[in-house]
Design a protein around this ligand. Structure first.
Ligand code: ADP
Length: 436
């Protein structure tokens, strides 16, 4: 096709000829003193235009045929329409092929894939979706997805705007769990991808059971050993005393590790452990401060600032364990002479329990990994101070079970602040007499 500027020049030329004819007819009419020549020319022109537009309309009924033959302006118009249609047809065919390839590929997916429009109406789905989600092979297109998959977790995910991931059971087989994610294609379409995570979940459950079983099995022999070590120290030979002491320390470390492993696996399998109730924060914090002083043995300055207006609705054991771990860490990772500040603040935005220390601090790169099992920044120091490497992992799981989050702010050499943030729905007005 000629470039737009050349086309423009051509169009102008096409107008020139009819204008010249009309001007000549007008001149002839003027000279002859009669309207006949100009009327005849205009009538002929009108007839010509009608004829060509009729041909155009007829051709457009079957644009695959060659365009009608014509001259001048109409030939130019027919050619442009012909090329434009040809171009659009090619583009359409390419898109159809792409769509077909996409549908063939996703139809062969072994896992369900679903295309939704912006009104949550199903536009397309593959065979696996029909097989695992209980949809009719083709008959459920055009249906609202929430009428077909009614699980509360899925509905809550739809209501939440399809963010993050949802986990749902297959409506046909409760042993199959799918993790659902959403890919936004454009403003009007989104693709739901279902991934079968049953095997992964089984493997994870097996691993958890294994750790829990081994820990339980080790607990009894270790208690027996620790008991013998206690008596051995009493009337043992003097030269054996340091060896017995070391054995006692190591067995106490192992007992601590096993207790933490059992607690962690309980939190991972059951979520909240024990019954939830209103936990009076004032006595709990007083008890935590006492414990901190005991652990510190007078090496630190410990302060406390607690808002006694609000309590927490929680499982008391989990709360004590999470807060206790944060306090024990502050004591263990703060050199003698440092400060430890315990605080509880609550209001309409929720509650925050924080432990601030002026200890050794944590490098920035380690902060995101601290709640992983056995992740330690200073390995020797952790072991020497009796750490199992599971403390913060327990804190994270205990808080998650209460919809709370752990925030860590730290600078090496300056100190750290660990804050547990609880949502407002977990707060309760304190019972004055109880907390007094
Ligand atoms: P550990 O039993 O080793 O203390 P945790 O899970 O409680 O295990 O903590 C993980 C790691 O985080 C610790 O080994 C330590 O390096 C670091 N850490 C935790 N709390 C503090 C703190 N208050 N100050 C400095 N480092 C800390």
């Amino acid at each position: 096709m000629p470039p737009p500027a050349a086309q423009g020049r051509k169009v102008k030329r096409h107008w020139l000829a009819p204008l010249l004819v009309v001007a000549t007819a007008a001149l002839a009419a003027h000279l002859a003193g009669s309207l006949l020549p100009i009327t005849a020319v205009l009538a002929a022109g009108l007839f010509w235009e009608l004829l060509q537009s009729t041909r155009l309309a007829r051709w457009l009924e079957n644009p695959a045929a060659n365009p009608p033959r014509a001259a001048g302006r109409w030939r130019h118009l027919f050619n442009r329409v012909f090329h434009r249609l040809h171009h659009l047809e090619k583009e359409l065919r390419a898109r159809e092929m792409l769509l077909e390839a996409f549908q063939t590929a996703t139809a062969a997916f072994p896992e369900p894939v679903l295309l939704l429009d912006d009104k949550e109406v199903i536009q397309w789905y593959n065979q696996a979706a029909a097989l695992h989600l209980g949809l009719r092979l083709k008959g459920d297109r055009g249906q609202f997805i929430r009428h077909l998959i009614r699980q509360p977790a899925f509905i809550a995910w739809l209501d939440g705007g399809l963010e993050d991931l949802a986990e749902i059971e297959s409506p046909l087989d409760p042993a199959i769990t799918f993790r659902v994610s959403c890919a936004v294609l454009d403003r009007h379409r989104r693709l739901l991808l279902f991934r079968d995570i049953s095997e992964m979940q089984q493997a994870e459950a097996m691993r958890r059971d294994f750790v829990a079983n081994v820990s339980h099995e080790l607990r009894t022999p270790l208690t027996v050993l620790a008991g013998y070590l206690e008596t051995l120290g009493e009337d043992g030979a003097l030269e054996l005393a340091p060896i017995v002491q070391r054995m006692r320390d190591q067995s106490s470390l192992m007992q601590h590790l096993i207790d933490d492993l059992i607690e962690l696996s309980r939190l991972q399998t059951q979520g909240i452990t024990g019954r939830e109730r209103q936990v009076a924060m004032a006595p709990l914090i007083a008890q935590l401060v006492e414990r901190a002083e005991e652990l510190s043995g007078g090496r630190h300055t410990i302060t406390c600032d607690a808002d006694t207006q609000y309590d927490l609705y929680a499982a008391p054991g989990d709360l004590e364990s999470a807060f206790g771990n944060l306090i024990s860490n502050a004591v263990r990772y703060t050199p003698a002479g440092g400060n430890i500040a315990i605080a509880w603040r609550a209001g309409s935005g929720g509650g925050a329990f924080s432990v601030h220390d002026t200890g050794i601090g944590i490098p920035e790169k380690d902060i995101p990994r601290l709640t992983e099992r056995f992740y330690r920044v200073a390995k020797d120091r952790s072991r020497a101070s009796g750490g199992s490497g599971l403390g913060l992992s327990i804190v994270k799981h205990a808080l998650n079970a209460h919809q709370a989050t752990l925030e860590i702010i730290s600078r090496p050499g300056k100190g750290s602040t660990f804050t547990a943030r609880f949502p407002a729905h977990r707060l309760r007005f304190a019972n004055r007499r109880q907390s007094a």
